[in-house]
Design a protein. Structure first.
Length: 429
């Protein structure tokens, strides 16, 4: 195929055979968000570039080198959203829905865009589901967000494969004091730092803690620790969160080097990581961003949230073989009809059945075909039962009912009794 007719590298089709798993995942999360009192928000995929520069931070990897930015026909600089938090902040400000200290608990789902080097679990178009909460500053809501994700892992059957890492970046005051101490320490060991860390030391020193370079990691062993610089407010908040996680029985590890790649965080930061997916092991991440709304021009409004990467969680479900069997079955009943008269009767009959059983997944054979070929298609469809209508059955106003997966004998059912019979043997979703 010529190159121009292929999908863009790092941007994937999700094929019909994959979408049942996606829909299962998405509906599980959506139901959970509803149950915890979060309402969905939908924002545009494209925003002014300025929004992401000002919120995510000018000297982050995302803004420096990963954004899909272009000029539109008006000459405005626009960007495909690399994440969802910035747009939520913009939307609550624009519509005044956090005014007067009003609480907002929202969730979103959709594609995000980052020009990263594609590999397993890392794509240029990927999908996130996230939650954001505004105007609640206590650790109780941080705990709720984590509890919600923990419940999700339980429902998906992947609890044993994920681990919660937790840290506090403190208030901006305590972070400022820590940054100073870290810069002073690292500057004294400048020659032992890798090139990237030397650059980050000047632009975004906390990100040095994130380094993968072994020499720099060795220098960091004796570096000042963030925990020693937390002010009372930050420490009380962090202790409050830990106490709640303990009470809820959620295991976690404190990772003092967890700093996150976006600049807007304060106090709580967390990541759910797995060792089952190779290098791209963070399946969900988030934290508190108490200064962001104000920084974007609003009144001081605390915020906290997370986002999970859908592709990574789908990969994890597949890797752990936690894909429920029933989700891949798309058809309950497959109707085979032979000859034109039977086809016409089959259409009328199946519409009547659909009226009575709106949730029944009934597929009618299309494209005619011999008994053998229609039967093969019925079997391949995954249906539990085949319905068979030929001239003989039509003459008697009955339809053949044949279990395809070994549950019982074939029998004839009167047209009038078909819906009632199907209702007894097919579990309605
Ligand atoms: P993030 O850590 O940049 O945070 O992304 C959250 C999650 O999205 C990651 O943990 C990962 O699962 C997934 N993800 C990120 N990049 C890719 C990629 N290139 N390919 C596949 N999956 C990816 C945020 O986006 C913040 N907005 C999270 C947040 C919400 N913090 C507070 N509220």
């Amino acid at each position: 195929m010529s190159k121009s007719l292929q999908a863009i590298r790092g941007m994937n089709d999700i094929l019909p055979e994959q979408t049942p798993l996606w829909r299962y995942f998405e509906s599980t999360v959506a139901r959970l968000c509803d149950n915890y009192g979060y309402k969905q928000i939908r924002t545009p995929i494209v925003e002014f570039t300025e929004l992401f520069k000002r919120s995510i931070g000018e000297v982050t990897d995302i803004v420096e080198k990963e954004m899909y930015t272009f000029e539109d026909r008006n000459g405005d600089s626009l960007t495909l959203r690399p994440e969802g938090t910035a747009a939520c902040v913009r939307a609550v400000l624009e519509h005044g829905i956090t005014g007067g200290g009003q609480t907002q608990k929202m969730w979103y789902i959709g594609p995000m865009y980052r020009h990263e080097r594609p590999q397993k679990g890392r794509y240029r178009q990927f999908h996130q589901i996230g939650c954001e909460v505004f105007n609640l500053d206590g650790p109780d809501i941080d705990a709720e967000l984590i509890v919600l994700t923990w419940r999700l892992w339980g429902q998906l059957g992947i609890r044993d494969a994920v681990k919660l890492e937790l840290n506090s970046l403190g208030t901006s005051d305590s972070r400022g004091r820590y940054r100073e101490a870290l810069v002073e320490y690292l500057s004294a060991h400048l020659d032992k730092l890798d090139e990237d860390s030397q650059r980050r030391l000047k632009t975004n020193p906390l990100r040095v803690l994130d380094t993968k370079n072994a020499d720099t990691q060795a220098v960091l062993v004796d570096a000042p620790k963030m925990a020693d610089y937390l002010d009372d407010e930050s420490r009380v908040h962090f202790d409050g969160l830990k106490a709640r996680l303990d009470a809820a029985g959620i295991p976690y590890v404190i990772n003092p080097k967890l700093v996150r790649g976006l600049d807007y965080y304060s106090k709580t930061v967390f990541e759910w990581v797995t060792d089952k997916l190779g290098a791209q092991g963070t399946v969900c991440a988030g934290g508190r961003y108490d200064g962001l709304v104000e920084q974007m021009g609003g009144k001081p409004t605390p915020g906290v949230g997370f986002a999970m990467g859908i592709e990574r969680l789908i990969l994890l479900l597949e890797t752990l073989e936690q894909v429920p069997e029933e989700i891949s079955r798309q058809v309950d009943v497959y109707l085979c009809a032979f000859g034109e008269a039977a086809e016409l009767a089959a259409l009328a009959l199946s519409e009547k059945v659909r009226d009575q059983l709106p949730n029944l997944r009934l597929q009618i054979n299309a494209g005619a075909g011999s008994f053998k070929s229609q039967f093969k298609k019925a079997d391949k469809s995954g249906a539990l039962y085949a319905l068979i209508l030929g001239d003989d059955e039509l003459g008697q106003q009955v339809i053949g009912f044949k279990p395809l997966r070994g549950q019982g004998e074939q029998q004839n059912i009167a047209f009038d009794a078909l819906a009632a019979h199907l209702a007894t043997c097919v579990v309605q979703g």
